[in-house]
Design a protein around this ligand. Structure first.
Ligand SMILES: NC(=O)c1ccc[n+]([C@@H]2O[C@H](COP(=O)([O-])OP(=O)(O)OC[C@H]3O[C@@H](n4cnc5c(N)ncnc54)[C@H](O)[C@@H]3O)[C@@H](O)[C@H]2O)c1
Length: 435
């Protein structure tokens, strides 16, 4: 097992130099293996960065997507997460293509950067989302093709880095696929293709629900530092996850962005709180519900409610009202339909493969053919909309798009090291300031 690099990572400095580094990386030749197309049946080496539930799932889907895929590198802050993901993946029918000896397993805070710099063609970015901008920067600089889980950033400082990375990935012709998996779900795709094609006329209003149960917690172990405790419970700490609206309900926000054609809302208002969160440290500082109203010119509006509470009714649905009809989507159910001038419904027996598998099938097909996938076209607006809703709920104020784009919000610590962790701060609407 490679030892973690002792150097801690200074994020503020990183943010200031990120744009420069990106520009320089485009001008300078990149060392090591860089392939934007992998022809024939040759091997495609993949680094898995973030060996938790989603990362392990994505690695398995990559193995299934293309017989040339090998999992070549694994990186995680914690060695035990690599061990369990490795054990899980090697049990699969494709397990013989998991080829990760100890010298290609990286741990600690530099694990992601070391993995990006290694001899691979593709990186899967699936850590706690706070680290995504840094990992994206390292991946683009090293010329890797990228599968990037959502959300792409948890604060405005991260957004700046990601915007530059997307431009640089474009200039280098790297694959950039996001984990906004509903974009790869066939019934959703067809419904939104019809909506954007004008079948319900102009989109005037939308309502989305993302109502579900709380995510699990990891009880504290005596040997854990405060930082390790927060990392193990990243979902419940705002700086690491972005809160439930950014980490999870962002799927619904992305559908709102899809329906409105990637046009940023001008303003939003919101409310939220921690109604049923147990008062235990594992539950960090995230809220357990949000309600948001997004506004566009000419009184067009979208509303979102999201909730993570036990023993409550759960659903994931979207209703879209247009000038000539309406659409209804039940994300966890069979219904995708349009009523109005162009009535339509997705056939109950129509193709509906696992959207997570479709993502990876399309990714490796594109890599083999040289056709570029660029989800950078929409991910920044979806993620900024999620920040916008969170900012409006935390502050209790209305928030404009310009305020989000120009925000100086920077949630993480100045230095990343296993020891102290950022303070846990429960935001109070009316008191919390917009940054
Ligand atoms: N698209 C989807 O439907 C979907 C579903 C679940 C999760 N996700 C996303 O996938 C990501 C991972 O979620 P998960 O459920 O797998 O969480 P998880 O906790 O199971 O896994 C995250 C892993 O990342 C590791 N990690 C954290 N910080 C790291 C760092 N700086 N460097 C290296 N490793 C680090 C953790 O130790 C952990 O093993 C999140 O962004 C989440 O929002 C997406």
């Amino acid at each position: 097992m490679q030892q973690p690099n002792e150097k801690s990572f200074e994020r503020r400095k990183f943010i200031h130099t990120a744009a420069m580094a990106g520009a320089a990386a485009i001008a300078a030749p990149v060392l090591g293996r860089v392939l934007t197309q992998v022809t024939g049946s040759s091997q495609i080496k993949v680094a898995l960065i973030g060996c938790g539930g989603r990362g392990t799932g994505a690695a398995e889907q990559a193995l299934k997507a293309d017989p040339g895929v090998v999992i070549w590198v694994m990186a995680d802050t914690f060695a035990d997460r690599i061990e369990s993901a490795h054990a899980e993946l090697t049990k699969r029918p494709e397990g013989s293509r998991v080829m990760v000896p100890p010298e290609r397993r990286f741990t600690g805070f530099d694990a992601g950067k070391l993995a990006c710099a290694s001899d691979v063609d593709v990186v899967i970015l699936a850590t706690a989302p706070y680290f995504r901008p840094m990992h994206l920067r390292a991946a683009v600089d090293a010329g890797k093709n990228i599968f990037c889980e959502k959300p792409m950033f948890t604060d405005a400082a991260g957004a700046q880095i990601v915007v530059q990375c997307i431009e640089d990935a474009r200039a280098k012709k790297l694959q950039f696929m996001s984990g906004f998996c509903w974009r790869y779900s066939l019934p959703e795709r067809e419904t939104f293709m019809r909506i954007r094609g004008g079948d319900i006329g102009e989109v005037l209003a939308m309502h989305s629900d993302y109502l579900t149960s709380p995510l699990g917690t990891k009880p504290r172990k005596p040997e854990w530092s405060d930082m390790e405790f927060q990392l193990r419970n990243w979902q419940h700490h705002v700086w690491l996850s972005g809160d439930i609206i950014v980490e999870q309900a962002i799927h619904s926000i992305d559908k709102i962005n899809w329906a409105f054609g990637n046009e940023p809302p001008t303003r939003c208002t919101a409310t939220g709180g921690r109604g049923l969160r147990e008062n235990i440290p594992e539950r960090g500082d995230v809220y357990d519900h949000f309600a948001v109203v997004y506004e566009w010119p000419r009184n067009r509006r979208a509303t979102l409610i999201c909730r993570q509470q036990d023993n409550c009714f759960n659903e994931n649905v979207d209703t879209i009202l247009g000038s000539k009809g309406s659409a209804f989507i039940n994300g966890w159910g069979p219904t995708h339909e349009i009523i109005g001038e162009h009535p339509w419904s997705y056939p109950p027996d129509g193709p509906n493969p696992n959207m997570y598998q479709t993502e990876h099938d399309e990714f490796y097909k594109a890599l083999r053919s040289g056709k570029r996938i660029d989800d950078g076209n929409f991910v920044v607006n979806s993620c900024r909309m999620a920040l916008m809703g969170r900012m409006a709920a935390y502050t209790g104020q209305d928030v404009t798009w310009d305020q989000v784009v120009n925000s100086k919000e920077n949630l993480g610590p100045d230095k990343l090291e296993m020891g102290n962790a950022p303070p846990v701060v429960i935001r109070v609407p009316g008191n919390t300031k917009l940054i």
